[in-house]
Ligand binder design. Structure first.
Ligand code: NDP
Length: 532
């Protein structure tokens, strides 16, 4: 399964790690651990490639990305299978939330890189500075480092890689140690697109370095110009400190504890289906999954009954089996964290209506879809990220109470509000989160033009959309003087300068045309005397 083209599986690499299918435990493949030297070499190589890549006309870079989208579509079946084998998610989710989101992102970046890189004339307002022409232009940052998690092993890194490449950067990606093959597939797709566009003989502007946490640390220490990190809050905090040490700009896409608010006028059948899907898809291992569901007291029991009915019909199993709705968790360690949160809540008085147990009969990583009520806001189930298929439901009495409950979190990634459109939109405007959806959830991530990112502990900066493209470029202001042989009046000597400049300032800023003209008449003779 190893690729011959990527740097880190060089035969001389000593340390290796292996992957396993989270549903079956079956070993998948093993990979080299990229050493710091390997990472530095990869960054140096793509930096060389960035020279030609950034000089390529935008239209050709966009053509490569469109080709990438086409190849993702051509290879969607095999890609979905690789993603499912590494992450455990159902094939349908691998297709829709990874492969299709990635293909959409490639097309969006191809279409919009030129938009964010368009240069513009900068006007000079002060009359003293009028004999100049200013232009703001944009250039790529250079080399972007991307560190990615396992839960969306294709769509998360792909959106960042495409935004970086589209704007003329080179990229080195360090994927999660749990999903390296998906990242190598992405590398193969980009390489194939470069080949197809007649650029295959040139050095590659995108490389993957496989490895463990220290490989990510090496990437932060390497000669990159910016880092895009997606992962947990604890790792994100360590990454932020490491970046701060070397003043490396960084985007942090971290965890969430997303609230779903079901108002009294919500369509309960739709909202209950959404709550079940939004909390259970990818076995609840989605940064923007429903983690706290607040329901108006008047519809609470009906909503609960509908959720219970829908959860009881879910099929748990291997994501590669066509009728599976909920796959395994990524690891036994992850299952223990979820189980601990549920058990702690139960011990403190929460009621588990269904689920709430591991399913060892299916495999070590399966957890039963869980509906839980009577939870307190102090329980870890309600404060910490729950990466598992668990839906906690809490009643509320007024909109104000629901808004306060939703906002009482250290996180602020996404949220959703359900109800009649005007009512739900008014509530949505008061929710402190990077993305708030009305009568839908999670799909904001799939809108390639929409920015993605969080408030508070959920992160810094944005990926996706025009804002995501803008994160990959830096401004250059170029100013050309139209009177190159004229010394400026405000240069040395300062002797005799204050009075004419004060009069000139009156000319620019004094109230009333009369006072300004008078100031101009005072300024001119003083400046003429000074020029002699
Ligand atoms: P982790 O924080 O454990 O790991 C994320 C990445 O960082 C992995 O590639 C990991 O490598 C690497 N890494 C680990 N230690 C370091 C280090 N010291 N320096 C640099 N890199 C390091 O997250 P998970 O992979 O478990 O992903 C799940 C988390 O990601 C959840 O909290 C989820 O909410 C969040 N997430 C956020 C999203 C968002 O957009 N806001 C989207 C998706 C997920 P390795 O795997 O080899 O340890």
């Amino acid at each position: 399964m190893e690729s011959g083209i990527h740097l880190v599986n060089r035969p001389d690499s000593q340390e290796r790690f292996s992957t396993a299918n989270p549903a079956t435990g079956e070993p998948l493949s093993d990979y080299s651990v990229a050493s710091a030297a390997d990472v530095f070499a990869a960054v140096a190589q793509v930096r060389q490639a960035q020279l030609w890549w950034s000089r390529l006309p935008q239209i050709r870079r966009s053509a490569v990305l469109r080709r990438v989208a086409q190849l993702l579509n051509d290879r969607k079946d095999s890609l979905a299978r690789v993603i499912t084998s590494e992450s455990g998610k159902p094939l349908q989710e691998a297709l829709l939330s990874d492969v299709m989101v990635a293909a959409d992102a490639a097309v969006f970046c191809a279409d919009n890189a030129a938009v964010v890189m368009r240069s513009e004339r900068i006007p000079h307002d002060n009359p003293a500075l009028r004999f100049k022409r200013g232009r703001l232009s944009w250039e790529p940052l250079g080399v972007i480092g991307v560190i990615a998690p396992w839960n969306y092993p294709l769509s998360i890194p792909a959106a960042d890689v495409f935004a970086a490449l589209a704007t003329g950067n080179a990229v080195v990606l360090k994927p999660s140690e749990l999903t390296p093959e998906t990242a190598l597939e992405l590398e193969r797709v980009v390489s194939a697109a470069l080949d197809a566009e007649g650029l295959g003989a040139l050095p590659r502007p995108f490389q993957v370095v496989t490895g463990l946490g220290p490989t990510g640390q090496a990437l932060i220490a390497s000669d990159i110009d910016k880092l895009v990190f997606t992962g947990s809050v604890p790792t994100g905090r360590r990454v932020a400190v490491a970046c701060a040490e070397r003043l490396l700009p960084v985007i942090l896409e971290l965890g969430g504890k997303d609230a779903m608010i079901v108002l009294r006028d919500a369509d309960l059948d739709t909202a209950s289906s959404a709550a079940v899907w939004g909390s259970m898809m990818n076995a609840g291992q989605t940064c923007i999954s429903v983690e706290r569901c607040y329901v108006h007291r008047s519809v609470y029991s009906t909503f609960l009954a509908r959720c219970l009915d829908k959860i009881s019909k879910l099929k748990v199993g291997d994501g590669a089996t066509p009728d599976t709705d909920v796959g395994p968790l990524i690891s036994f360690k992850q299952l223990q964290i979820v189980d601990h949160q549920v058990e702690e809540a139960r011990a403190l008085g929460a009621i588990v209506h269904t689920g709430g147990t591991p399913m060892p009969q299916l495999g070590s990583n399966f957890y039963s879809p869980t509906l839980i009520t009577d939870v307190e806001s102090s329980m870890s189930l309600m404060t910490e990220e729950t990466f598992g298929p668990v839906l906690p439901v809490v009643p509320f009495s007024t909109d104000e109470e629901a808004i306060a409950l939703a906002n009482a979190s250290e996180f602020g990634l996404a949220a959703s509000v359900w109800g009649r459109t005007a009512h739900a939109t008014a509530v949505a405007r008061q929710i402190a989160a990077g993305t708030v959806l009305v009568n839908d959830l999670i799909s904001g991530f799939a809108v390639s033009a929409a920015p993605h990112g969080g408030l508070k502990q959920s992160g810094i900066g944005r990926t996706h959309g025009l804002l995501g493209l803008q994160e990959m470029i830096r401004p250059r202001y170029l100013d050309v003087d139209l009177l190159p042989r004229m010394k400026k009046l405000w240069w040395y000597p300062y002797s005799g300068l204050f009075a004419p400049m004060a009069a000139f300032m009156d000319f620019v800023h004094a109230p009333g045309l009369g006072r300004r003209l008078a100031a101009l008449l005072r300024t001119i003779p003083m400046l003429l005397i000074r020029r002699r």
